[in-house]
Design a protein around this ligand. Structure first.
Ligand SMILES: C[S@@+](CC[C@H](N)C(=O)[O-])C[C@H]1O[C@@H](n2cnc3c(N)ncnc32)[C@H](O)[C@@H]1O
Ligand code: FES
Length: 455
């Protein structure tokens, strides 16, 4: 029995550049078009659309199969999709011109492909060829570096509605020949398009990477470009056990531009997560919140918007507070969000809070610093108050999730004693600080909450 009337498999098996495969012939565009047409015609309850791996017919791609009939379509283009949806999924009749009916030929091609693939794998194994996974990981920084340099030079804004390499070079004060090389690489990465000598932004780049566009993320993404310099010092940091001195890092840290990018980078994630945190914690009985290291204020803003009775205080360092003030005022919640410049490691927290938040804070500090913050938080909370840590939480053996394990290294190269920590550690520290109950709340996405409740 099928839970859906139709189940469509679209091949999206990526292969090395130059090797025929369905994505190279446009299967992702077909997948997107199918999804849109299925939704538009209200067929989403009847049709299950999924991707699948190679079916051995790579020269005939994009390949897709429709079950329960087992109809194999080949060389499907986005322009064919509305006909497939109307004729097959609504009318129940396959689109003959696209159906591959020669089962014997299909089987022969698929079997031959499988045999060639296994023979190639066996030859590589015998020759001791480096696995693709390792090769790609070693060179993984190259596309990243291209994009970071393009962001630093503001290439996408310079390309604007279209420009030659010479024009872009002049606009960003760069060498025209080298700018052309970078622009060509950005075309290869699918971030620009080229026609003759003219480069254009793709729809994606125009939307997210051009200054002044509505969904421009450049400012926040530049934070990743900024921390590139410290990541380059990872080897020395592992040797020495902590970040290397600022003058050797070459990263212009703590300049006002650096701080603005840092806070924009934090806000990029925080503004999406904040409503999830508010929902997870609820606002019932919550009147006063202390937001330690609030940064852009995204979490306080979300609480203030969710409940007009909530009053928040954000404690952050003096360099950041003016930036916080901009975000808070833009959000129109200045009357509910008080800003306090200071140092959370030194300053008195105050008292009577229903919630104290530590969003993306604990990873900056050592175990001892966190334990001390937790101890001080128990005294600053009202009865039944909650301390909320939001962070990437490591498994007990600290080998995953991958993002938390990698982020730990981000703290090694960027802080004196920070790291990612595990639920076991946070729970132990909170209990030792005097919290009566400690629980974990998983959020959609990579971070979770650890919530400590005082009696
Ligand atoms: C990783 S950001 C997190 C910002 C915000 N909580 C969020 O999740 O978007 C860390 C924040 O802590 C602030 N901070 C770092 N050290 C601090 C200290 N000693 N006292 C107060 N704030 C501090 C930084 O300025 C920054 O805003
Ligand atoms: S890559 Fe799609 S059939 Fe082989």
């Amino acid at each position: 029995m099928e839970p859906f009337r139709f189940h469509i498999f679209v091949c999206t098996q990526q292969k090395p550049e130059g090797v025929p495969c369905c994505p190279a012939s446009g299967s992702f565009a077909v997948l997107g078009a199918l999804d849109r047409e299925i939704q538009a015609r209200g067929l989403n309850h009847d049709v299950q659309l999924t991707t699948c791996g190679c079916m051995g017919l790579c020269d005939e791609g994009p390949v897709m199969v429709v079950y329960p009939e087992g109809v194999w379509y080949r060389r499907v283009q986005p322009s064919d999709v509305s006909e497939i949806v109307d004729t097959h999924l609504r009318g129940g009749k396959a689109v003959d011109r696209l159906v591959w009916t020669d089962a014997a030929a299909m089987k022969a091609m698929s079997v031959e492909h499988g045999e060639k693939f296994r023979a190639a794998m066996a030859a590589r194994e015998k020759a001791g060829t480096l696995p693709d996974r390792l090769d790609q990981m070693v060179r993984g920084y190259m596309p990243s570096r291209c994009l970071l340099t393009a962001l630093e030079l503001d290439i996408f804004t310079a390309v604007g509605d279209g420009a030659t390499a010479e024009q872009v070079g002049t606009r960003v004060h760069a060498n025209a020949r080298a700018a052309g090389m970078l622009l060509n690489a950005l075309v290869a990465l699918g971030l620009l398009a080229k026609s003759g000598d003219d480069y254009k932004n793709t729809a994606e780049s125009a939307r997210f990477l051009v200054q002044g566009s509505k969904d421009n993320h450049r400012e926040g993404l530049l934070h990743t470009a900024n921390i590139w310099h410290s990541w380059s010092t990872l080897t020395d940091a592992v040797r020495s056990g902590t970040r290397i001195p600022a003058d050797l890092r070459n990263d212009a840290r703590d300049g006002s531009e650096w701080t603005r990018n840092f806070i924009a980078g934090m806000q990029r994630h925080a503004k999406d997560r904040a409503p999830l945190v508010v929902k997870a914690l609820g606002t019932a009985g919550v009147r006063r919140i202390l937001d330690l290291g609030g940064g852009s204020g995204a979490y306080s803003i979300a609480f203030a918007k969710a409940c007009p009775d909530v009053q928040c205080e954000i404690l952050d360092i003096p360099e950041v507070v003016p930036l916080t003030a901009e975000y808070v005022s833009q959000a129109g919640v200045a009357a509910q969000v008080k800003l306090r410049p200071g140092d959370m490691l030194q300053d008195d927290f105050g008292s009577g809070y229903d919630i104290i938040m530590l969003n993306a804070i604990c990873h900056m500090f050592s175990e001892e610093q966190n334990r001390e913050i937790f101890r001080r938080a128990t005294r600053a909370l009202a009865p039944k108050g909650r301390l909320v840590v939001q962070d990437f939480i490591l498994n007990a053996d600290k080998t995953g999730p991958q993002q938390a394990a990698l982020f730990s290294l981000n703290m090694l190269v960027n802080t004196d004693a920070g790291a990612s920590y595990s639920e076991v550690e946070y729970t132990r520290w909170m209990k030792a600080a005097g919290f009566a109950e400690v629980s974990r709340v998983n959020l959609p996405g990579p971070s979770s909450l650890i919530v400590g409740l005082v009696k």
